[in-house]
Design a protein around this ligand. Structure first.
Ligand code: SF4
Length: 64
């Protein structure tokens, strides 16, 4: 089972990087911030590389 993703909305600057890189995993919520709607939308390695490591403000985290 995929690990859960947690995004700190207070820090997200809505740059769209994670959403553009992984549109099957991330989307904008009603507040215009990123949210994860499907942790199974991409392999964990891609989520790590293209979202967690790519986020300019490092606000995407694995939730153990
Ligand atoms: S990459 Fe980070 S700052 Fe940009 S939209 Fe995604 S969570 Fe927000």
């Amino acid at each position: 089972m995929a690990r859960q993703i947690w995004i700190d909305e207070e820090i997200c600057i809505s740059c769209g990087m994670c959403i553009n890189n992984l549109p099957d995993v991330f989307r904008y919520n009603n507040a215009g911030k990123a949210e994860c709607f499907d942790e199974n939308g991409a392999p964990e390695e891609e989520i790590q590389r293209d979202a967690i490591d790519a986020c300019p403000v490092s606000c995407i985290h694995w939730q153990e």
